[in-house]
Design a protein around this ligand. Structure first.
Ligand SMILES: C[S@@+](CC[C@H](N)C(=O)[O-])C[C@H]1O[C@@H](n2cnc3c(N)ncnc32)[C@H](O)[C@@H]1O
Length: 347
């Protein structure tokens, strides 16, 4: 089903590109982020406990497929056709029972009304960072409320703003060694960060340049994965901070062994599905992909939620339910409409 995109007097094409371009190559998306699995395990467990879920910004099913495989009825909404088409292709390779559990809609999370309610709405992996203005957030939360059952919950995760990233000189690129891009061939990669302090939007320009091909493309996957990890780690802070976070997480971790096995399974299943629809080629010209992420500070997000009638039930700094602390690089929000707000007031 297709849903209308919101009509604005003057669409901001820069932001529009920043909310879409990165998702026009779903195979690259899968290849770049398949190392992420803590969030997949986290959302899958929440969804399994409720039986059905609406995923806002479902993308190509990195989280949705493992949820559907676990028996969850998944309804997904996304504005990027390429991601949805990729997910449909991946679903064709799933058993009929899994396929039947997934219902997809193309549309905007700020406007789409599906006429159904869910015990859980999720919006994983920074999809909410494409809500650039207060009005965007208000429209999104209003749609979430319309889709939640009376005791339903919205769970979403967004990156914590990292001052060092926001302070990067836009003219100085961050580079990594050439790697095998799953759809563009061998490329050199560089990215520029340009933070707009007024709009609180981080503009990332990702450049992919053709690079001389090596004789053997052996271990291309390993390289792509390492590249993704390097980029993510650089974005998210220094090694020491990572270690501190890991230590905190380890202290609070429960059922570690079982979770790890399931994590590995989720990642491996996603990798396998994504690889089966890849079509490699070699680019001959450099291309640039823009990405725009709104930076929400914790207090600001809490205020937006509060004044839109939501209460914060839980807030974590990682997917192990660790506290939000100085070194956290993610915020995991569990929120629900306040009782008074449910009756029509926001006090
Ligand atoms: C980072 S991806 C997350 C995809 C998937 N949930 C995951 O965790 O891999 C963000 C997704 O949100 C979608 N998106 C961004 N803004 C949107 C909007 N206003 N309405 C609907 N989808 C949107 C993008 O197309 C993209 O597929």
């Amino acid at each position: 089903m297709k849903h209308a995109v919101p009509k604005t007097a003057r669409p901001d094409l820069e932001l529009d590109a920043g909310a879409r371009a990165h998702f026009e190559d779903p195979v690259y998306y899968s290849d770049t982020y398949d190392w992420r699995d803590e969030d997949v395990v986290y959302y899958r467990a929440l969804a399994e406990a409720r039986g059905s879920v609406l995923e806002h910004g479902i993308g190509n099913g990195r989280v949705a497929l493992p949820m559907a495989r676990a028996g969850v009825e998944v309804t997904g909404l996304d504005h990027t056709r390429a991601m949805l088409d990729h997910l449909r292709a991946l679903l064709k390779r799933e058993p009929p029972a899994v396929r039947r559990r997934v219902e997809l809609h193309q549309g905007d999370v700020r406007t789409a009304r599906l006429g159904k309610r869910f015990p859980l709405v999720i919006c994983p992996f920074n999809a909410a960072l494409h809500l650039y203005t207060r009005q965007d957030v208000e429209a999104w939360l209003a749609r979430v409320r319309e889709h939640l059952e009376p005791r339903g919950e919205l769970v979403f995760d967004i990156s914590m703003p990292i001052p060092a990233d926001l302070a990067r000189d836009p003219s100085v690129p961050y580079r990594i060694p050439p790697f095998e891009h799953p759809t563009a061939g061998r490329v050199a990669y560089r990215e520029h960060f340009d933070y707009d302090r007024v709009r609180q939007v981080l503009f990332v320009s990702m450049f992919f340049e053709p690079a001389p091909r090596r004789r053997s493309a052996k271990s291309a996957r390993g390289k792509a994965t390492r590249r993704a990890e390097t980029v993510a780690q650089t974005r998210n802070g220094e090694a020491a901070a990572q270690t501190r976070r890991a230590e905190t997480a380890a202290q609070t971790r429960k059922g570690e062994a079982a979770t790890k096995t399931r994590k590995g399974e989720a990642a491996a299943e996603n990798r396998e599905s994504a690889a089966r629809v890849a079509t490699p080629r070699q680019i001959t010209e450099t291309f640039m992909t823009p990405l725009a992420h709104r930076q929400f500070y914790p207090q600001e997000m809490e205020a937006l939620l509060h004044y839109n009638g939501f209460e914060v039930r839980e807030l974590y700094g990682d997917f192990e339910r660790g506290p939000l602390v100085q070194t956290s690089d993610v915020m995991v929000w569990h929120v629900a409409p306040r009782r008074a707000a449910r009756r029509g007031t926001t006090r």
